[in-house]
Design a protein around this ligand. Structure first.
Ligand code: ADP
Ligand code: MG
Length: 557
């Protein structure tokens, strides 16, 4: 047929497919979860569009998913009557990866799968959440036939997952998507009905749509409803198992790790809404991508509205995954109407408060677990210190840092409790990473005098420090700035004759240095801050911290 179009996969997709097929990934059954998850998303999207265009639902109002097993043909067919995909959407959704952070992921992945770390590559697949493409772990080739809701044409996408795919016109009579999976020889286990029933039960019981399994029984077609089909967050907590929470997290977060913290509650009062939110245990690849937004989902009375709403969760909690289901917003709310919406603002504020107070509880109850959380998401949470004035104190209490005392992660309160008698200042050093900061000659004098210094080594530290002059009445002071009056501290037990003094030779040296470095440095002076090194650079008290100067230079500001 002359209408068949050939397309190449985006290079990243080709690489991903290659690595996926060649890495050792033990949980191949997750392909089914990924496909069912997509089918459910597709139905959610249709339900949303039908709020404004009810006709889209008319011909076939019961949204559902079915899985048809054909043992003889060696195929599984997953069908949904959701939003479907147009010709162009098939190309962009199934031929490219739009997600930010993809190239970085690919690089790391390539290193692992080329070497002997094939197992690791498998776990990275988990971390990235490869979604649709996971189907190629179990199939020779697949056909996706789809008809976009409201359109009258349909298309079949076909590929064996190597380099290319084709698109051809199809004759699908109803809206939605059928995916025919030709199961590989080494994956025949997925043609077993018990196995399939089990997988659906395990991975998709929380899906708020009926999922039916259709089979041939002695020449007769038999179909059976497999899941409960009720949105998980609407069920009482006592009836939800940990595994169900976990699987819902995988679905809603497009993630494969386990949740580190699960927060499920219903708010009743002026506003009524249900929250089911998770803190991941692994940071996503694109956590620091400037384009990254929160992907938490907003529902109104159980109808999905959007996963692209900046006002639902503040940016510094963008690592959270999950849903908020509101009873008070109007069902026909458009995404534009959500901007600066006062109801949403109240929900955001209350949910944020709740999340932070749960984190506080965790930090108290299990400091070790909190430390792992902090290592992954601390740098993001710290953005709130300068972004969210109203929660600054709460966020400062949640913050943890390494210090020269080597006592693991410490809070500001820990630091203050360990301050030397008479010390009024919180000393810190910034730097690109802790190892660089540790070697800084600026620290020598502090070490010698036993004064603890905080390592502030995240880029965001330089920024909040500009906004926050003190904590608990103690000023922040960079050790790279000014004369950092070390002599005045108690515990300075150096005898007077050991103190450095300007001798004529030193004056002469300083004179030479000043002349030679004119225009490069502002001043040269004798200091007590060094014990081993001969010289170090410091910033003047009124000037910018040295590390911040460097960051800004890099960004050419
Ligand atoms: P993700 O679900 O994380 O976006 P996937 O790789 O699972 O990534 O799917 C890629 C995209 O393909 C989806 O975002 C969606 O737009 C589209 N898609 C996949 N399956 C379906 C389906 N059954 N119906 C409609 N669109 C689909
Ligand atoms: Mg998906």
């Amino acid at each position: 047929t002359d209408k068949v179009e050939k397309h190449g996969f985006q290079a990243e997709v080709s690489r991903l497919l290659h690595m996926m097929v060649h890495s050792v990934y033990s949980e191949r059954e997750i392909f089914l979860r990924e496909l069912i998850s997509n089918a459910s998303d597709a139905c959610d999207k249709l339900r949303y569009e039908a709020l404004t265009t009810p006709d889209l639902l008319k011909e076939d109002p019961e949204l559902q998913v079915s899985l048809t097993l054909d043992e003889k043909a060696g195929t599984l067919t997953l069908s949904d009557n959701g939003i479907g995909m147009s010709h162009d959407e098939l190309i962009s959704h199934l031929g490219t990866i739009a997600r930010s952070g993809t190239s970085a992921f690919m690089e790391q992945m390539a290193q692992k799968s080329d070497g002997k770390d094939k197992k690791d590559a498998g776990s990275m697949i988990g971390q990235f959440g490869v979604g649709f493409y996971s189907v190629f772990m179990v199939s020779e080739n697949i056909e996706v036939t789809s008809r976009r809701a409201g359109a009258d044409e349909s298309w079949t996408w076909h590929s064996d997952g190597i380099g290319e795919y084709t698109l051809a016109p199809a004759a699908k009579a109803t809206r939605g998507t059928d995916i025919v999976i030709h199961i590989k020889d080494d994956a025949k286990e997925f043609l077993d009905e018990h196995r399939l029933r089990n997988i659906i039960k395990t991975y998709s019981d929380h899906i708020a749509l009926p999922i039916t399994l259709v089979m041939d029984k002695d020449g007769e077609q038999k179909s059976e409803r497999v899941n409960e089909g009720k949105a998980l967050w609407t069920r009482p907590k006592s009836e939800i198992t940990e595994d169900q929470y976990k699987e819902f997290y995988h679905h809603v977060g497009h993630a494969m790790d386990d949740p580190w913290m699960t927060l499920h509650y219903k708010a009743e009062g002026v506003l009524e809404y249900t929250v089911l939110m998770y803190v991941p245990s692994q940071p996503p690849m694109d956590l620091f991508d400037p384009a990254r937004k929160s992907r938490s989902k907003l529902y109104v009375k159980r109808v999905f509205i959007t996963d692209d709403c900046e006002d639902l969760i503040p940016g510094y909690l963008r690592f959270m995954r999950g849903i908020v289901d509101s009873q008070d917003l109007p069902l026909n709310i458009s995404r534009e109407m959500l901007q600066n919406n006062p109801v949403l603002a109240k929900i955001q504020s209350a949910v944020t408060k709740k999340i932070l107070s749960e984190l506080e509880k965790k930090a108290k109850k299990d400091p070790e677990a909190y430390a792992t959380f902090w290592k992954s998401f601390g740098p993001v949470l710290k953005e709130g210190i300068y972004e969210d004035f109203s929660r600054r104190d709460q966020l400062m209490k949640l913050a943890r840092f390494e210090t020269t005392a080597d006592k693991g992660l410490s809070s500001f309160d820990d630091y203050i409790a360990r301050m030397k008698e008479g010390q009024e200042t919180i000393y810190y050093i910034t730097g690109d990473n802790i190892n660089v900061a540790k070697r800084s000659p600026q620290l020598e004098g502090f070490r010698a005098k036993g004064i603890e210094v905080l390592y502030l080594t995240d880029a965001v530290d330089d920024f909040w420090l500009q906004m926050v002059p003190e904590y608990d009445g103690k000023k922040f002071q960079s050790v790279t700035k000014g004369v950092a009056d070390l002599e005045d501290k108690k515990g300075d037990d150096k005898k007077d004759d050991e103190k450095k003094e300007n001798t004529p030779e030193i004056d002469a040296l300083i004179g030479v240095l000043k002349t030679n470095l004119e225009g490069v440095v502002k001043d040269v002076r004798l200091s007590n801050r060094l014990t081993d090194s001969a010289v170090c650079l410091v910033a003047d008290d009124g000037d910018m911290d040295i590390h911040l100067q460097r960051i800004l230079q890099q960004h050419q500001q």
